[in-house]
Design a protein around this ligand. Structure first.
Ligand code: ZN
Length: 51
């Protein structure tokens, strides 16, 4: 299973270690083998096409 998610993080981009922890949690808790996480600061009027 794969997952794509947009994460709005106004304080700034997550570190590589944070991304590792998130993808590890998705894999172990939700059996999502491949997660793609897009970080956004939320500073623009961004409308996700699939929302
Ligand atoms: Zn988005």
């Amino acid at each position: 299973m794969a997952l794509t998610a947009h994460l709005v993080m106004p304080q700034g981009h997550a570190s590589d270690a944070d991304l590792d922890a998130m993808t590890e949690a998705l894999r172990t808790q939700f059996k999502i083998q491949h997660a793609t996480l897009q970080i956004e600061l939320g500073t623009t009027q961004h409308a996700c096409a699939l929302a």
